[in-house]
Design a binder for this molecule. Structure first.
Ligand SMILES: [Fe+2]
Ligand SMILES: [Fe+2]
Length: 143
């Protein structure tokens, strides 16, 4: 049964905040879209789920483009961060193909997305975009 997938639902926590309003809002929207996709995977037809996956991919793609515009050489992990955006979309696309072909369960795609959403925000987005806050804190300490 698919009931066990409910435990994959994602909730926003303050630890995920990067301190940039637009980015935080986009991250919340991504989590919401993921939860809707999860719900569709439990009750909807494969066509419906495929449309949710497409929306989620489009949303992630637009979000990564937004972040890439804010990344420059002064941002920690700039190159690795851009690379990870490319790899995540690439891997996601492959998983969707495998799922559409019936080679893997929808759970595998969802698990991948759940892990990368939270992990990428915590490991890449927070260190990259909280930089200004850290710099401000540091300079105020040296005053
Ligand atoms: Fe992000
Ligand atoms: Fe990112």
């Amino acid at each position: 049964m698919l009931g066990g997938m409910s435990s994959m639902r994602l909730s926003w926590t303050n630890e995920l905040s990067v301190g940039v309003a637009e980015i935080d809002e986009q991250h919340r929207d991504l989590l919401d879209c993921f939860n809707e996709t999860l719900a569709a995977a439990q009750t909807g037809s494969k066509d419906v789920v495929a449309r949710f996956f497409e929306s989620l991919g489009d949303m992630a793609s637009a979000h990564f483009a937004f972040e890439n515009n804010l990344l420059d050489s002064a941002v920690p992990q700039e190159a690795a961060h851009r690379d990870e955006h490319v790899k995540l979309l690439d891997e996601y696309g492959k998983l969707i193909q495998d799922w559409a072909a019936g080679d893997i369960h929808v759970r595998e795609v969802l698990r991948f997305v759940a892990i990368w959403l939270v992990r990428h925000i915590a490991v890449m987005d927070v260190p990259s975009f909280r930089r200004d806050t850290l710099v401000t804190d540091q300079s105020s300490l040296s005053l």
